[in-house]
Design a protein around this ligand. Structure first.
Ligand SMILES: [Zn+2]
Length: 131
């Protein structure tokens, strides 16, 4: 098993984003499900987020999810993630201030309306594998 808050697939800004979202789900789970450290359902949500980040067509130019014009989450995990964000968002500043501030900066960053083609982490990984 990989370390919590770290993705084997995602590096750099996507890796940081994964770390941020994973910490948020942990905070939420500890409060709402008494996760020790995390319940199965929340682990699934983190895994889902990892796949979505890997496939995000914006790749490393990805905007903050709450500003993204593409709604890539299915309704159910979307609802679950919304609840996580609502609870953990304000608490991140206390528990993980550096990650929280980085995310706030990201929310102000400009991004193109339409993602360029072939930029997702997954596409780049496949290209690399092809050589
Ligand atoms: Zn949970």
């Amino acid at each position: 098993m990989s370390k919590p808050h770290q993705s084997e697939l995602l590096k750099d800004s996507l890796g940081t984003e994964f770390k941020t979202v994973s910490h948020m789900v942990y905070l939420y789970c500890q409060k709402h499900h008494q996760g020790s450290p995390i319940c199965e359902q929340c682990q699934e949500l983190i895994d889902y987020a990892e796949v979505r980040l890997d496939r995000c067509p914006y790749g490393h130019a990805k905007p903050a999810c709450n500003r993204c014009p593409i709604h890539c989450y299915k309704p159910e995990p979307k609802q679950a993630m919304k609840a996580v964000m609502r609870y953990a968002g304000p608490r991140m500043l206390i528990h993980h201030p550096i990650l929280a501030i980085r995310h706030l900066i990201k929310e102000r960053k400009a991004f193109p309306d339409k993602p360029p083609a072939g930029l997702s982490n997954r596409a780049l990984r496949k290209e690399k594998a092809r050589g």
